[in-house]
Design a protein around this ligand. Structure first.
Ligand code: ADP
Ligand SMILES: N[C@@H](CCOP(=O)(O)O)C(=O)O
Length: 328
């Protein structure tokens, strides 16, 4: 579960005294999530999420993330809205951690997204890109292409240990990424979510109702965000023992791209870059998962995510030559 920091009753009461929310009527740790400690909070004013930021989030980035959510909320985009304290600040301290309260978002994260939900998600992603077009904040993508080689160096044996032959496969993918123009091309850039997986998107029925967890958001190619979503929404989930049988679901992928393009049509250069961007974003999640997999001790509170699910995606993308291969 992802509650790394316990909050005492006294600390919570003292913290809430800094807001105009009243006292807590309900306060419960949330099991989902892997990065930070999240609590469900209810007061007479409404329902909220209280987040305490743990070690992987750089405290210096927090004003950027808060500003981004304020910007989206001010445009009516459905996302958690930071709640200000009586001093006008959203970012405060609780149990020696940076902490924020944000509004609670209704909706459910799909376990197995349908093609209709993929289309709606694509629309929601493009609307997010447009709503953020005039956001002034800037943050480099700390997990962008220049970090991948560094993350991979020295990890070949870890990869071989989970699947013989994987080191050579990953090296072959790096050759393909290095040869691709996508990462140096002048693709349209802007503020991207960079982690809009199904567990970070909410739906009411088939309709996208909002996005959460903006803690990887950064300035990067807009089509890279679409590639992250194709990876996380359009592959049929396998299980821990048979991740190699994951397959691209053409109907879901093509619905996601169509939904995106119904709001923001892709430029020719973005279409051309799509296979390399999909390969690159699969590499990014493969590498962070491989690192977590190798460094998480057995019996740890949070179960690391399976890197083989992303090795399967790498193998798929290496064979795709054009955007048509994804149903674009
Ligand atoms: N604003 C919100 N409204 C409703 N539920 C939320 C909200 N923010 C987080 N949650 C719940 O908390 C869980 C963990 O949040 P998340 O931001 O993904 O955590 P982490 O950054 O630790 O991975 C989500 O899966 C969701 O169930
Ligand atoms: N989406 C990433 C892990 C990040 O977890 P989140 O709970 O913060 O979305 C992955 O699946 O590897």
């Amino acid at each position: 579960m992802a509650v790394y920091t316990q909050v005492s009753d006294e600390a919570l009461a003292g913290f809430l005294a800094g807001y105009d929310l009243g006292e807590a009527l309900a306060f419960k740790g949330i099991a989902e999530g892997v990065e930070n400690s999240n609590y469900y909070l209810e007061t007479r004013k409404g329902r909220y999420i209280l987040t305490l930021f743990e070690k992987r989030v750089n405290a210096a980035d927090l004003p950027y993330f808060i500003g981004l959510k304020q910007h989206l909320s001010s445009k009516g985009y459905p996302c958690p809205e930071p709640v200000m304290g009586l001093d006008g600040q959203a970012l405060r301290t609780l149990e020696d951690r940076p902490a924020v309260i944000v509004t609670f978002l209704d909706g459910l994260s799909p376990r197995r997204p349908t093609a209709k939900q993929c289309r709606s998600l694509g629309e929601g992603l493009a609307r997010m890109h447009l709503a953020l077009a005039d956001f002034k904040g800037h943050r480099e993508n700390a997990l962008g292409p220049s970090s991948w080689r560094r993350m991979w160096d020295g990890r070949g044996a870890d990869a071989e240990a989970i699947q013989p032959g994987l080191e050579a496969e990953v090296n072959a993918c790096f050759e393909r990424i290095n040869a691709a123009r996508a990462f140096s091309a002048n693709l349209p850039r802007g503020t991207i979510h960079a982690d809009l997986f199904p567990d970070n998107a909410f739906f009411l029925g088939e309709a996208f109702s909002g996005a959460i967890d903006f803690y990887f958001a950064c300035t990067d190619a807009l089509a890279y965000d679409l590639a992250v979503c194709l990876n996380s929404w359009a592959f049929e989930e396998g299980n821990a023992t048979d991740a190699s049988r994951l397959e691209y679901n053409f109907s879901k992928g093509s619905a996601l791209i169509a939904g995106y393009q119904s709001v923001r049509p892709l430029e020719a250069a973005e279409r051309e870059a799509l296979p390399a961007l999909c390969l690159g974003s699969a590499m990014r999640f493969f590498l962070t998962r491989l690192s977590d997999w190798s460094s998480t001790p057995a019996g740890a509170l949070v179960k690391p995510k399976n890197p083989l699910e992303y090795a399967a995606r790498l193998a798929f993308h290496r064979k795709i030559e054009s955007a048509e291969g994804y149903g674009a």
